[in-house]
Write a protein that binds this ligand. Structure first.
Ligand code: HEM
Length: 421
């Protein structure tokens, strides 16, 4: 169908498309072939360059001074209020609602990243593995027997949420609050996560609630520090001075929400991939040793973070196109992860794919801080899943999130039988 559409009419960004038909892979396949760096002007958005090839995303990401993250770092529609990364006319907001790693640039970005990076090294993550095994086993204990349930809210969301809240020292009773503000954050364009009668400009109310919540935790950890990441954040300094409150909240909020929503989408969308490719699930059941490559193939296949955007700081060229200072450059990771020049049979889901140089975690300066944690979450999840889940099948149609920033299903009804430990 997309083959008949003129390139200028392809729309790779409207949340509605993602919520109804999913990631626009047909459009990206054409763009990769016919115009890999494509000036895109969809209705309701400020224009941007769609970058769809693996090599070009790497080239942009490795030059953070030339392609900065400050400014328009996510492509929101013009209709979203100022402060949501855009303004009424869609121009880059000078007043972002958060100042966090993903919209900071070097050298400031490096100082902030150093505050939290020791908690996410492969060695540190390895030390959390035993705790994650317990969290995952207890989650499956609670689901023992046969029942119909929502695989997203009752399974996929739970394990990564419990891991990141445990790291931050957030109590179990506050888990649902964290889940709600996360959903409102990533579901900005999804009707399910908007409140009754809410105007676009009021949609960021959850940030005020989250700030109150996290600031209370920081106050507590300044009085009595513990062995958790919140204590490190609360008492952090940069160049000898305490981190300013706005930047501190932004950093903690990013870790809290990015630390589980993405992994949840990888698990739930991964489940849909296994439904479509039952032989791959059988392969994993026969050889659970494949969980490592399976984790990466799930991230490649599902690409839970679909895009981030950069702004050119001076005139430059990319694949022969003249990029002007101030232009937005959208990095479509999901397209790069189907690039025929990089992946053999990119549209085949193969859990033993190796090597798998996907860009699901980004690349360069902003490479995902939580990649080791996410990989471990996914390995532990799928290993225990094949041990405990005797049978699972869809019990109704799934529903997709209306968002072109992060992607995955919101609800996946299943019938599932879990055996006791
Ligand atoms: C499957 C799960 C995950 C996926 C697909 C994913 C994807 C990504 C991507 C694509 C970026 C690059 C942003 C950019 O280019 O500007 C990123 C950055 C980031 N991710 Fe993840 N992520 C995942 C899990 C996690 C987890 C578990 C955490 C835990 C805290 C995390 C925290 C972050 C942070 C803090 C950044 C910003 C890094 C920076 O700007 O320096 N992510 N992630």
């Amino acid at each position: 169908m997309a083959a008949a559409t003129p390139l200028d009419q392809l729309d790779p960004i409207s949340a509605r498309i993602y919520g109804t038909t999913g990631y626009p892979h047909d459009a990206w396949t054409r763009l990769r072939r016919e115009d890999p760096v494509h000036w895109t002007q969809p209705e309701g958005y400020q224009p941007f360059w769609s970058v769809t090839k693996h090599a070009d995303i790497i080239e942009v990401s490795k030059q953070p001074e030339l392609f900065q993250s400050a400014g328009r770092f996510i492509l929101f529609p013009n209709a979203l209020a100022p402060g949501a990364g855009g303004s009424e006319d869609g121009a880059a907001s000078q007043d972002p609602p958060l100042r966090m790693l993903v919209n900071m640039d070097p050298p400031e970005h490096r100082s902030y990243r150093k505050l939290v990076s020791p908690w996410f090294t492969p060695r540190m993550v390895k030390r959390l593995e035993a705790q994650l095994e317990v969290i995952t086993a207890e989650m499956f204990d609670d689901l023992e027997g046969e029942r119909e349930l929502d695989f997203v809210t009752e399974v996929a969301a739970i394990q990564p949420l419990r891991m990141i809240t445990a790291m931050l020292g957030i109590e179990r009773k506050d888990e649902q609050f964290v889940l709600r503000v996360t959903n409102e954050n990533f579901g900005l364009e999804d009707p399910e996560f908007q409140r009754e009668g809410e105007k676009p400009e009021d949609r960021l109310g959850f940030l005020t609630e989250a700030a109150g919540f996290l600031n209370a935790i920081f106050d507590d950890r300044r009085r009595s520090p513990r062995e958790d990441l919140s204590s490190v954040l609360a008492n952090a300094t940069i160049d000898g001075a305490p981190v300013p409150p706005f930047e501190l909240f932004s950093l903690a909020f990013l870790v809290m929400v990015a630390g589980h929503d993405t992994t949840r989408n990888a698990i739930s969308n991964g489940m849909l991939a296994f439904f479509e490719h039952p032989a791959e699930l059988e392969k994993l059941r026969r050889d659970p040793g494949l969980v490592g490559t399976a984790a990466d193939e799930v991230v490649r296949w599902t690409t839970p973070v679909n895009h981030f955007s950069r702004t050119a700081t001076r005139d430059t060229e990319l694949r022969g196109k003249q990029i002007r200072a101030g232009d937005s450059v959208a990095l479509f990771y999901a397209s790069a992860n189907r690039d025929e020049e990089i992946f053999e049979d990119p549209f085949t889901f193969r859990i033993d794919r190796d090597p798998n140089p996907h860009l699901g975690f980004g690349v360069g300066e902003h490479f995902c801080l939580g990649a080791s944690l996410a990989r471990m979450d996914l390995r532990v999840f799928w290993r225990q899943f094949v041990e405990r889940v005797e049978s699972i099948e869809p019990a109704g149609p799934h529903e997709l999130l209306h968002s072109s920033f992060v992607g995955g299903p919101k609800h996946v009804p299943v019938r599932m039988r879990v055996r006791p430990r």
